[in-house]
Design a protein around this ligand. Structure first.
Ligand code: MOS
Length: 731
């Protein structure tokens, strides 16, 4: 028996292309005749544009045009089905009016033969404003709050006063940006009324539908190509205004136009994790069992779109609590619309809930893990349905043993290493398993290798590789015999490459499609009188290493290649797919983790240093342990950034982001992450989806920040309820 490819630590099939610079990212496609667009952005945070003077820019040799709301054509901006839900507002319409809705909003674009000319000319554009002070803070909204989202079970008003212990705390997360290494970029080309976009995107079909809507053309007239994405973390889940700007400019100058956002422009051009204030009231009995919880959540959105994320789910399902009330208000501000950022909603909610649980444990004089185990539900407390799989107890057990949790003295400030106070904290991670319909195409070629296609993306988790593994197993081919292709809107449809749903959805579609193709080949062989397998039952034929043979008589068989050559076929092709059923209604399906953090805090300087982060995860079946570990390390590093470093600082006077660069916006570097490890329990959740995975891209960031905050408390006795935890807050 050859070993299945799935489950083995295969290196990235596209790794060589990436490290040798041959992987083509959005801005790197060689499109003949391309010219360059540079965006001019607003320098006020709210108001009207009173003048746009482009004369000096247009006078530069090599400048082709300068477009602003004064001369831009009116665009249809038809609604479309995509992300985010268009029912919740109007996407920003570029150059369609004189209003400034946030600092850094595109107000003009200059197009020139070279990037340098375009940059210089853009700097010569003079824009006049009638500016006002923008609303950039939750306490001073730009308009009336949006319709709140409410949830209720039981009766908290009755239960809370009767609780033995009560705790009321407010937690706050500041604005964060994704900061992928690859800047967002688009090359747009029109061929008649057909538009081709080479774009950085996590969902080619969304960009296709969005841009078709913007220009009022059929979706089939737009092709989006995006074979490589250099990190995104959610920032590329929608087509931001620069995509439209590239397409609009290309139409005006009748040349392909490339627009690459500068690092600074990424901070106002691509969304961010929203500022969230999470007020949590917990009631518990003497034994630490939760009786009631009130979650009062406020999070920012823009004044023109009601962006919301899944902030309430965690508080409904994590702990057995009979009485729960939740209110989530999105607060309109004069900012760019926030967006999904790794572990959206859950990472935020977990910070509040898991810090509060730590505080409650401390108040009750109880071990924080013991407190959580006492509140571990048998069924989903929100819906009452059984869990498909929930191995949180095991995550705690394995993690405790690995970090030596039981040797920890529960008292804060009880461990020291010279000037460093030492602390260990723990928190739960969870993320709901999402699946969505997906389709794939598989083609067995005359040389016996296969090509498999789906319009998904690979922003870095290793989708190329994991899909190759699934396809190889289903087809009975070695890894090298399969080429998986993605990132083109002409391929069979895929859901967003986000929300940790790609492996479950696309993986299941690839498996179905390749199973079909293999069965088709087997059928062809057993029905062909020239085949050594002629007359055999299809059920008795297996395929290994590209060779079809009888299970019980391996000598009798032939290769795919021989089969296709003899039957005179250039190729065999199959289409298949996956459509989720009602499993997630009948079962509560989530990935889980227990995250342990060990920190050292210099009490004289307030410096926090990570000594160790360990995540123990129940994420279902692991298709590629090597890539899963990379994913976890990336998620935990993101969590360290969230806990200690990342903070987009806005000047309230004009809405300017004052640290819109990687020198002032801090992200963890190697020295910040000495010992970061993940353990996957493995397993196989076939209730979740046909290939048994539960998704792991999001769960690995959830829980990291509260584990660190809890470790900081354990080290210092200081409870910091605002992220990031800074030296100033600790002094
Ligand atoms: Mo992730 S925020 O779903 O890209």
């Amino acid at each position: 028996m050859t070993r299945p490819a799935a489950g083995t630590p295969v290196s990235r099939v596209d790794g060589r292309l990436k490290v040798t610079g041959q992987a083509t990212y959005a801005a790197e496609h060689d499109v003949p005749g391309v010219v360059h667009g540079v965006i001019v952005t607003s320098t006020v945070g709210r108001g009207r544009i009173t003048a746009v003077d482009t004369r000096a820019a247009l006078a530069q040799p090599g400048v082709l045009t300068a477009i602003s709301h004064l001369n831009a054509p009116k665009l249809p901006y038809r609604p479309f089905h995509g992300i985010p839900d268009p029912a919740r507002g109007e996407r920003l319409r570029v150059f369609q009016d004189d209003r400034v809705r946030f600092f850094g909003q595109p107000v003009a674009v200059v197009v020139a033969e070279t990037l340098e000319i375009a940059q210089h000319a853009a700097s010569l554009v003079r824009v006049g404003y009638d500016g006002e002070r923008p609303a950039t803070d939750l306490d001073t909204p730009a308009g009336s709050p949006n319709q709140p989202e409410n949830y209720q079970r039981g009766n908290v008003d009755q239960a809370l006063p009767q609780a033995h212990t009560r705790l009321e705390r407010t937690y706050r997360l500041n604005r964060e940006h994704h900061n992928p290494m690859e800047p967002h970029a688009t090359i747009a080309r029109w061929d008649g009324d057909r538009l081709t976009l080479w774009d950085k995107t996590q969902i080619v079909l969304n960009t296709q539908a969005d841009l078709a809507g913007v220009f009022g053309i059929p979706e089939q007239s737009v092709r989006v190509i995006s074979p490589f994405v250099g990190g995104a973390f959610g920032s590329a889940l929608r087509a931001w205004p620069h995509v439209t700007i590239a397409a609009l400019a290309a139409r005006e100058v009748r040349r392909p136009v490339k627009v690459v956002l500068t690092r600074k422009q990424l901070y106002t051009g691509t969304g961010h994790r929203p500022v969230t204030e999470y007020k949590l009231t917990l009631g518990a009995d003497q034994g630490g069992r939760l009786t009631a919880a009130v979650h009062d959540i406020r999070a920012e959105t823009s004044a023109y779109e009601d962006y919301r994320e899944a902030l309430t789910g965690l508080g409904q399902m994590l702990y057995a609590t009979p009485h729960v009330r939740q209110t989530y208000r999105s607060i309109p501000l004069d900012i760019n619309t926030p967006t999904y950022m790794r572990g959206p909603g859950s990472a935020t909610a977990a910070f509040a809930i898991e810090c509060a649980m730590d505080e409650l444990a401390h108040d009750l004089g109880m071990d924080p893990i013991e407190l959580r185990l006492r509140n571990e539900p048998d069924r989903d407390p929100g819906t009452g349905v059984p869990f498909s799989t929930r191995r949180l107890r095991e995550c705690f057990r394995v993690g405790s043993r690995t970090v030596g949790w039981d040797e920890r003295d529960r008292k804060p400030r009880s461990a020291r290493d010279g000037n460093w106070l030492l602390g260990t904290g723990v928190a739960v991670a969870t993320y709901h398993t999402q699946r969505a319909p997906a389709q794939a195409l598989a083609r067995l070629q005359a040389d016996g290798t296969a090509i498999v296609q789906c319009a998904t993306s690979d922003m870095g988790p290793g989708t190329y590789t994991s899909m190759t593994q699934v396809a190889a197993d289903a087809l009975g081919l070695p890894i090298a015999g399969v080429r998986f292709q993605l990132g083109d809107s002409t391929m069979p449809p895929a859901p967003p490459h986000g929300g940790s749903m790609t492996m479950a959805s696309v993986g299941s579609a690839v498996q179905d499609t390749c199973d079909k193709l293999r069965r088709q080949a087997v059928r062809l062989a057993v029905e062909d009188s020239g085949s050594p397998l002629h007359g055999a039952s299809a059920d008795d034929v297996v395929v290994q290493n590209g060779r079809l043979h009888l299970r019980d008589d391996p000598g009798r068989g032939e290769t795919y290649r021989q089969l296709l050559a003899r039957t005179n076929r250039p190729h065999l092709e199959a289409r298949g797919g996956y459509a989720p059923g009602d499993e997630v209604e009948r079962f509560s399906t989530h990935a889980y983790g227990a995250v342990f953090a060990q920190v050292a805090v210099d009490e004289r300087l307030g410096l926090v240093r990570i000594r160790r982060v360990l995540g123990v995860y129940d994420a279902g079946r692991i298709i590629n342990p090597k890539l899963a570990e990379s994913q976890a390390i990336g998620g935990m590093v993101g969590g360290i950034g969230m806990a200690l470093l990342e903070h987009t600082v806005t000047d309230p006077r004009d809405g300017r982001i004052v640290n819109a660069n990687l020198a002032d916006y801090l992200v963890p570097v190697n020295a910040d992450v000495p010992d970061v490890n993940a353990i996957y329990l493995g397993g196989d959740d076939r209730t979740a989806d046909p290939i048994g995975v539960k998704g792991l891209g999001e769960v690995v960031i959830v829980g990291v920040a509260p584990a660190i905050a809890n470790a900081v408390f354990h080290a210092t006795g200081r409870r910091i309820r605002e992220l990031p935890i800074t030296a100033e807050a600790l002094l």
